[in-house]
Design a protein around this ligand. Sequence first.
Ligand code: KG4
Ligand code: ZN
Length: 335
Amino acid sequence: VKDQYILGIETSCDETAAAIIKNGHEIVSNVVASQIESHKRFGGVVPEIASRHHVEEITLVLEETMKKANLTFSDLNAIAVTEGPGLVGALLIGINAAKALAFAHNVPLIGVHHIAGHIYANAIVTELKFPLITLVVSGGHTELVYMKDHGSFEVIGETLDDAAGEAYDKVARTLNLPYPGGPHIDRLAQEGKATIKLPRAWLEEGSYNFSFSGLKSAVINTLHNAKQKGEEINPQDLAASFQASVIDVLVTKTKRATEEYKVKQVLLAGGVAANRGLREALHAQFDDKSDIQLVIPPISLCTDNAAMIAAAGSVLYEKEIFSDLKMNGNPGLEL
Ligand code: KG4
Ligand code: ZN
């Protein structure tokens, strides 16, 4: 049989990325141009700046991706691109590049959901075995997703307010740490002790939903109250306490979901999957003796990239679920 090559393109937020995946799981080339430096001084992603960077980078990133793969566009079976969710102006840069290539080279165009991409980063590492549960934790999303087969996604729980990464970034900002704050909190947390009492939002009995805004407010209040009383708060201990609360809720709910849904695998996805505390806590819950296989992609495949988009696109290619050239960026696309 002939090898299958899918080009993936991802521009939903602040990384301009392209990658080629062979036969659904093998990385042939994977290029990511990060804009983080340009957004840092604003403390978050500025949509207009993101779009402008994508315009500048997209052709260079595509050229590099093809060159590293040592392939030509005529070798491609399809072009997969993030259709949403994300910043609409940013999405459109990748979508328009994908449309132009698909049209010019007469190959199918495939719209991919960004979170499906994050989940399929795991398929690059391991063969997926169903049923499975994925804990998706990124800057924009916190979800537990049940899958009974390829391409079938059931969101069994999600955040009612802030995403986990968003909470990390906001807490980091109150501690005057640079954007994105997640890795900085993670580092501080390793140096501190979780001695400060902070809330855990379990929500109603049996719920798989999450809420992190109360926790974020509790951190801000703790700092504020200490300041008013002239007391010192150890930032390491505060980071460790915050991280302990986030991880406790994430891991407990994930564990319960894997039992209720009798899964074979539990996957971790999204930028917060880089968190050392979260990785350790999951490894402790799903150790070698567990019947459930824990899969965690390497950090470079957890943060935004296009290899994951190509991997998710490969499943849609097999099912012949193609998009047409009228595709639009969809900031609120449902999984
Ligand atoms: O998936 P991602 O790259 O972009 C989105 O699609 O949102 O996730 C970015 C998020 C940011 O909020 C960042 O602070 C967080 O992932 N993050 C972390 C760590 N590394 C990145 N959060 C906690 N601990 C980390 N080590
Ligand atoms: Zn993402």
